[in-house]
Design a protein. Structure first.
Length: 235
């Protein structure tokens, strides 16, 4: 079977399949748009514990020599693991972008109000509204340095240039534009307005793309799970 993602240094995630040891865990989580069910407190997460090595050995003993079924089973479980990991990373990106857009909304509305009035007003007050957005972008970029399966991780070079996934590069770039304007001391209303729109466009675009990837990956995971487990149905 094709490898949906590089499995190097993959860590376990909620609902994932741990194939790094003889003990394999297949999570029973149901993943939606905004939420992944996790084990917290008294919550019960339905897990099936499998001794993969024992299962494969049992199959080999029960089947003719060179039967491909054991290897196919291992490959299918590896693919499930990769899809779960990708799904988790897309979900985390969605959450990070959602946080950015949520705090950005108040700042954006204030810029719109001042633009309608034709008056920049108190720049320090506007900068205070920007600060929470800047903090959420920092968290997003920190996440970008750790991704493994939805793009190359973000790297900042000594000269300040960045390499990484487009969503991280564009959000960082539009954030830098606004920060530079505030650092100027007395930015113009037109420049603030244009930079705000550029940031909004980047955030909304990458939220849409992240959600699309989340849906697509969930669909691929469903199809693989259905192919693997569909034959077990008695309906």
């Amino acid at each position: 079977m094709s490898d949906p993602a590089d499995s190097t240094n993959t860590t376990n995630v909620s609902g994932g399949v741990n194939l790094t040891s003889d003990q394999t865990s297949i999570g029973g989580d149901v993943i939606g748009r905004d939420k992944v069910m996790q084990v917290q407190g008294d919550q019960i997460n339905n897990y099936i514990q499998l001794d993969l090595a024992k299962l494969v050995e049992t199959l080999k003993q029960a089947l003719p020599d060179n039967d491909p079924l054991p290897e196919r089973l291992v490959n299918a479980l590896q693919d499930l693991k990769q899809y779960h990991t990708r799904l988790w990373e897309w979900k985390e990106l969605h959450n990070a972008l959602n946080d950015v857009i949520f705090v950005f909304d108040q700042f954006s509305k204030e810029v719109e109000r001042r633009d309608a009035a034709g008056n920049l007003g108190d720049v320090r007050a506007l900068k205070r509204l920007w600060r929470p957005v800047d903090q959420k972008v920092d968290l997003l970029l920190d996440f970008a340095t750790k991704v493994q399966h939805i793009g190359s991780s973000l790297v900042t070079q000594p000269d300040g240039s960045r390499q990484g996934p487009p969503w991280a590069i564009e959000l960082a770039s539009t954030t830098d534009q606004l920060k530079q304007l505030f650092d100027e001391g007395v930015p113009t209303l037109d420049n603030i307005y244009e930079a705000t729109n550029a940031f909004s466009d980047a955030a909304e675009k990458h939220m849409y793309l992240a959600d699309k990837q989340l849906r697509d990956t969930a669909g691929e995971l469903y199809n693989l799970s259905n192919a693997l487990l569909g034959s077990m149905s008695h309906d």
